[in-house]
Design a protein around this ligand. Structure first.
Ligand SMILES: [Zn+2]
Length: 373
C-alpha cells in the first residue's frame, strides 16, 4: 500500500489541511477503482467501511492478488470534518460559502465536447485515453482559489481516470440504497445486490449542480450519445453514490459486512483475483430517481413517525403525524405512491415544508432538480 498526502490550499494563515490516499496494486496494470468515504463529513459509516476494506486490500496485495489498481480515500473531506459548531458537526455544507461539498464538480461534457470533436477517431480504446487526458488537462487548468475548490480538484484528479468509482455516503435514517446513472445500471446492479440495497435509484443527470459521481460517469454516456454515428465512445466509468444506511448506523458488524461486499464486487470486476461467491438475489428493482416521492410536513410541529426505513408502503398509508401542541392541530401525512420508504429525517421537529421522508416508486412523478440541496 502506498500512502500519499495531498496538501490542500491554505485557507487562513497558520492552517493547513490535507487529503490522504492509499493506493493498492500497480498503476496502469489493469482496471482502476476509486473509493472515497465521507465526502459529507458527518456521514461516517463509509469511513469505518474504508478502514475494514483497507485491511482486506492490504492482505490481498501481500498475497499478490491485485490485478488492477484500487485508490482508497478513507476521509474525503477534512474541511467538513473540522466544522464543529456549538458541539454539532456540520459536514454537508462548507460554512464559509454554504456550498454543498458534493456539488459543483466539473461538467466535463460541456467543457470538452467541442475540443474532443477535433481529436476523436475510429479507435474506441484510443478515444478513452484521449478523453481521460483531456479531463486531466481541464482539471489541472482549474487553478483553485479556495480550499474547497482545491479539495474538489484533488479528489477529481484522483478519480477521473477510474473505471469504477464508489462514493460512500449515508442518509439521516435509512436502509441501504444507491444512486446511479441509468447507463451504469448493468455494471453496478451486482454491487447493489452484494450490499443488500433496498433502493437502486437511476437518473440521466439529476438536473442540478453536478455531484461527484455524476461528474465521473455522466461525461461518458453523454459523449457517447453526442458522437453517436461519428466516433465510438465507451462507457469507461461506472460511478455510484452508495448510501450506507443512516448516520448512526456505524458499527463494526455493518462495516465488515459492507467492506466484504465491496471486496467481492471488486473481485467480480477483475480488480482482485481469488474465489468469490455469486452475488445474492436483488432485494429491490432499479427505479427512477424521478419516481421518488419527497414527503413534506404540511406545517410546523413535532414529528411522530408511523413508519420506519425499509417499510413497503401503499398510497394512502399513514407515514407520520405532525403535531402543533399550541393550536392542537395534528396532521396525518400519508404516502401518495406505492413504494419503499428508504429514508427519513433524523430530526423530530418540522418547519413548514420540511422533508419528512422519501419513497422509491416505480413511475416517474418528478422532473427538474431531483436531489436535495
Ligand atoms: Zn452524503
Amino acid at each position: 500500500m502506498r500512502i500519499t498526502h495531498h496538501p490542500l490550499l491554505c485557507p487562513a494563515l497558520g492552517t493547513q489541511r490535507q487529503l490522504t490516499s492509499f493506493t493498492f496494486g500497480e498503476t496502469g496494470a489493469g482496471p482502476k477503482a476509486y473509493i472515497q468515504a465521507s465526502l459529507h463529513a458527518d456521514e461516517l459509516p463509509g469511513m469505518l467501511v474504508a478502514h475494514h476494506l483497507r485491511g482486506l486490500l492490504e492482505a490481498a496485495e501481500q498475497r499478490g492478488e491485485l490485478l488492477g489498481e484500487v485508490v482508497l480515500v478513507p476521509m474525503a473531506n477534512p474541511i467538513g470534518l473540522s466544522q464543529t459548531v456549538m458541539h454539532h458537526q456540520i459536514g454537508r455544507f462548507e460554512l464559509a460559502t454554504m456550498e454543498n461539498f458534493n456539488r459543483n464538480y466539473p461538467d466535463f461534457f460541456e467543457v470538452l465536447k467541442d475540443e474532443l470533436a477535433a481529436v476523436l477517431g475510429a479507435d474506441e480504446a484510443e478515444n478513452k485515453r484521449v478523453i481521460r487526458a483531456a479531463m486531466r488537462r481541464a482539471l489541472l487548468a482549474q487553478a483553485p482559489k479556495t480550499e474547497l475548490q482545491c479539495q474538489r480538484q484533488t479528489l477529481m484528479l484522483l478519480a477521473h481516470d477510474a473505471d469504477l468509482v464508489l462514493d460512500l455516503h449515508c442518509d439521516f435514517e435509512a436502509v441501504m440504497h444507491m444512486y446511479v446513472e441509468q447507463a451504469c445500471l448493468p455494471r453496478l446492479t451486482p454491487l447493489a445486490q452484494r450490499l443488500g440495497a433496498r433502493a437502486l435509484l437511476w437518473a440521466n443527470g439529476s438536473g442540478g449542480s453536478v455531484s461527484f459521481d455524476e461528474a465521473l460517469s455522466g461525461p461518458w454516456w453523454r459523449l457517447r450519445d453526442h458522437f453517436s454515428g461519428r466516433w465510438p465512445v465507451p462507457l469507461a466509468c461506472a460511478s455510484t453514490t452508495v448510501e450506507l444506511r443512516g448516520q448512526v448506523d456505524v458499527s463494526t458488524a455493518f462495516a465488515q459486512q459492507d467492506a466484504q461486499a465491496i471486496y467481492a464486487y471488486l473481485q467480480s470486476e477483475a480488480l482482485i483475483s481469488g474465489a468469490f461467491a455469486e452475488a445474492p438475489l436483488a432485494l429491490c428493482e432499479a427505479t427512477p430517481l424521478a419516481g421518488t416521492e419527497s414527503v413534506l410536513a404540511p406545517h410546523s410541529g413535532v414529528i411522530a413517525f408511523a413508519c420506519v426505513p425499509g417499510d413497503v408502503v401503499r398510497a394512502g398509508q399513514l407515514l407520520a403525524e405532525v403535531v402543533d401542541p399550541i393550536s392542537g392541530q395534528s396532521s396525518k401525512v400519508t404516502a401518495s405512491i406505492n413504494g419503499v420508504l428508504y429514508a427519513r429525517q433524523g430530526l423530530r421537529w418540522a418547519t413548514a415544508g420540511f422533508e419528512l421522508c422519501r419513497i422509491a416508486g416505480r413511475e416517474s412523478i418528478r422532473s427538474g432538480n431531483l436531489l436535495s440541496p
